[in-house]
Design a protein around this ligand. Structure first.
Ligand SMILES: [Zn+2]
Length: 62
């Protein structure tokens, strides 16, 4: 089976790989493909900027 990872935000294909077919893959996969969601580097940066996920070191409460 094929596992595609696409960006949950912009839909860009991040990676594509093949996996051995497991017992329950038919539940998860459509047409032999399984889609999982991730974040492409661009969207990850955008989200970090937007939600301030990398602000842990700061103490600037605005
Ligand atoms: Zn993206």
């Amino acid at each position: 089976m094929k596992i595609k990872t696409i960006c949950a935000w912009c839909g860009e294909l991040i990676s594509e790989r093949y996996c051995p077919e497991t017992k329950n893959y038919q539940v998860l996969a459509k047409n032999g493909e399984m889609v999982s969601h991730g974040l492409c580097p661009a969207c990850r940066l955008a989200i970090e900027a937007k939600y301030g996920l990398n602000k842990n070191r700061g103490s600037e409460d605005v």
